[in-house]
Design a protein around this ligand. Structure first.
Ligand SMILES: Cc1ncc(COP(=O)(O)O)c(C=O)c1O
Length: 337
């Protein structure tokens, strides 16, 4: 890489690209429906304090995080207004240590996670409710008891959260609306018992259909991926991996230098506009071009990841580009735990 790359051809590959005009359109589309505090952007998708600052500048001052590391990074970046660890953790001392510098709230769903919050010096909690995704969240029946225990221990119980992740990829919007309503009925039932101002939930896949939450926890809409791109939404793919063709086979395929270590593959193969993706291995992607003769070693290919979060977590930086011009570099500084 040249010290200060000015075009994408100066970049070492694999390189993670963010197309700036598309990214800005995604932000504007979200802001038109969920301005300010109606959206609590989830940093787990993009893991970058520079990107969080960009969203803060748009009026989204509260953030969701999935790991203590993400909370620490946001605090260090001065984004301290209202941080929610929308996940359970026993690693609470790290959060309590920041309580004097930032407004930090942690999700709890058991006596153990509540005890950890108290012992760690966390001051505020949300009760996390199981709304149908077989992951974290307590039963509605247990929510009031946990809230009472938290209040008795002097904690501020700010409300409830419930993530309807099992509904995100339902394609039919009427069916999806009904499923979101079903999930949110559970959350609202818990909220009646728990109290507090916050009902937090939702994600990119339910961003406009979840009208029951006081705030939506979306993050992927910023960058998108090929899986979310299957849904009818105004957000477009802004994230791609730039790779270099390193070998060409007379048998009809070309090989580029981005494989499993540069791509989150849990949602399947990535996509390529000029042909098919045959398969990925550690450092390689084997591509079946429509026209083999169009390609030579050294050419660049643009690969569309199928899942944004694990792809981002494999890279050290975003390159912000507009066409072939490199506009900026944003470190992916919230990685790891
Ligand atoms: C707790 C929680 N909230 C919200 C989201 C929504 O994120 P996305 O924007 O990817 O749909 C996620 C994604 O995994 C999540 O785990």
């Amino acid at each position: 890489m040249s010290p200060d790359p000015s075009t994408t051809s100066d970049l070492v590959t694999p390189a993670l690209l963010v197309d700036v005009p598309t990214f800005e359109r995604n932000l504007a589309a979200m802001d038109a429906v969920l301005p300010g505090a109606k959206l609590r952007p989830h940093v787990k998708a993009f893991k970058s304090t520079d990107m969080a600052r960009r969203l803060d500048a748009d009026g989204h001052h509260g953030f969701c995080a999935a790991t203590p590391r993400e909370i620490e990074g946001l605090v260090a970046a001065g984004l301290t207004d209202d941080l929610l660890l929308a996940n359970e953790t026993l690693d609470t001392a790290r959060l309590g240590a920041l309580a004097g510098r930032a407004n930090i709230t942690v999700a709890i769903d058991s006596d153990e996670t509540l005890d950890a919050a108290i012992a760690g010096g966390v001051r505020s909690v949300l009760v996390d409710i199981d709304v149908g995704l077989p992951r974290c969240g307590c039963d509605v029946e247990d929510s009031a008891r946990l809230a009472d225990r938290a209040r008795a221990a002097g904690l501020d119980v700010r409300g409830v959260m419930g993530y309807e992740g099992h509904v995100m990829m339902v394609h039919d919007r009427d069916k999806k609306r009904a499923k979101v309503e079903q999930a949110m009925a559970i959350l609202l039932q818990a909220h009646e018992m728990v109290g507090g101002d916050i009902v937090s939930g939702g994600g990119t896949g339910t961003w406009d259909l979840n009208t029951w939450c006081t705030e939506i926890q979306a993050g992927s809409y910023t960058l998108m991926d090929t899986q979310y791109d299957e849904l009818e939404m105004p957000f477009e793919k802004a994230l791609s991996v730039l790779a270099t063709v390193i070998s060409i086979s007379s048998k009809g395929w070309i090989i580029a230098d981005c494989g499993l270590k540069a791509l989150g593959m849990d949602h399947g193969n990535p996509s390529w506009d000029d042909g098919d993706v045959f398969f990925c291995s550690d450092e390689h992607i084997t591509l079946m071009p429509r026209e083999l003769s169009d390609w030579k070693v050294g050419d660049r290919v643009q690969i569309w990841p199928s899942h944004v979060d694990p792809t981002v977590a494999r890279h050290e930086q975003f390159w912000l580009v507009d066409d072939d011009s490199v506009r900026d570099r944003w470190p992916i500084d919230l990685r790891h735990w």
